[in-house]
Design a binder for this molecule. Structure first.
Ligand SMILES: Nc1nc(=O)c2c([nH]1)NC[C@@H]1CN(c3ccc(C(=O)N[C@@H](CCC(=O)O)C(=O)O)cc3)C=[N+]21
Length: 282
């Protein structure tokens, strides 16, 4: 039995960061200093580790970073005040509010307060609307990272059949929108909790994207031999990180993005790309 070719997100992210370092130099020579802001609420260790990674990335490519941390007891008004402050801060050219926010916070109200021109996640309603309309603007980082990872590995997209499992705000939903744009023109089946026979949809696909957050959901017999598979969702257990794709899928797939070192590093690289592009637009 053969094993799938690795879709190496770490290597692709390193290439992206090299390209961005040059663009940041050019911006600085024109007197523009890009700066990423992050708003982190509460003390979830995973969120702290992600945000820490984002600031390390910024330092690598020469982007300044502004870190705002609020306690888990922060009120709606506290979180909204932090957003308004970054909107007004000229040193911050783009920022994100790390999700998920604590349950007592109205996430949509917070996202809607972000200045759309500083929305580094592409999750403001105006920017999601621009995506639907095919207008230029910041794009959600994980779907953008998925498409870029496929492109850098010469995996065909146009005309291909995609099965996207999970239709959350940060991955599945915007990925479906991006893949069906005229620049990609893929055919997409978006599956979710109420889908009957997800396995049958997956078996019909040239590319399967698993972003449901259910450990080992996608089994080897769900995959058409030679298909491309991306394991995006993760579940943290005491034994370690489990992806949405069962490890034995490696024996059937043609290429595979693993749950660690796959799409994650590309998500971070696309955040930097959004920051640089926003600075270039202004
Ligand atoms: N407003 C907002 N925007 C996001 O983009 C966002 C978010 N909130 N909340 C959480 C999810 C998750 N996410 C990841 C980013 C990088 C890795 C990543 O770099 N992972 C490393 C491993 C890191 C580890 O060990 O945990 C890897 O795959 O090699 C993972 C997950 C961004 N998200």
């Amino acid at each position: 039995m053969t094993t799938a070719t690795l879709l190496d997100g770490k290597a692709a992210a390193a290439d992206t960061k090299r390209e961005l370092t040059e663009r940041v130099e050019t911006l600085k020579s024109r007197g523009i200093a890009p700066g990423l802001g992050t708003v982190l609420v509460g003390d979830d260790p995973a969120s702290h580790s992600y945000v820490g990674g984002k600031h390390r990335d910024c330092a690598q490519v020469g982007i300044a970073s502004i870190r705002v941390e609020l306690p888990g007891t922060a009120t709606q008004a506290d979180v909204e005040a932090a957003v308004l402050k970054l909107n007004a801060d000229p040193a911050c050219t783009g920022f994100i509010v790390q999700l998920p926010l604590p349950a007592h916070i109205d996430t949509h109200a917070v996202l809607e307060l972000i200045d759309p021109a500083k929305d580094a996640d592409g999750l403001h309603p105006a920017n999601l609307g621009r995506l639907v309309l095919g207008m230029p603007g910041p794009l959600p980082c994980t779907p953008r990272g998925i498409i870029d990872l496929l492109r850098r590995n010469h995996v065909p997209v146009t005309g291909q059949q995609f099965c996207v499992i999970g239709c959350g705000l940060t991955v599945g939903r915007p990925l479906g929108l991006m893949l069906t744009r005229s620049s990609e023109h893929a055919t997409v089946t978006l599956c979710h909790e109420a889908t009957q026979d997800i396995a049958a949809h997956a078996r019909a696909a040239d590319v399967v994207v698993a972003a449901a957050g259910v450990a080992h959901l996608v089994k080897p017999d769900w995959i058409k031999p030679g298909a491309t598979v991306l394991s995006v969702g993760i579940t943290r257990t005491v034994e370690g990180i489990l992806g949405d794709v069962h490890p034995d899928v490696d024996q059937v797939a043609g290429s595979l993005a693993p749950p660690v070192g796959g799409v994650g590093p590309m998500t971070r690289a696309m955040l930097l790309t959004n920051i640089v592009e926003a600075a270039e637009r202004n």
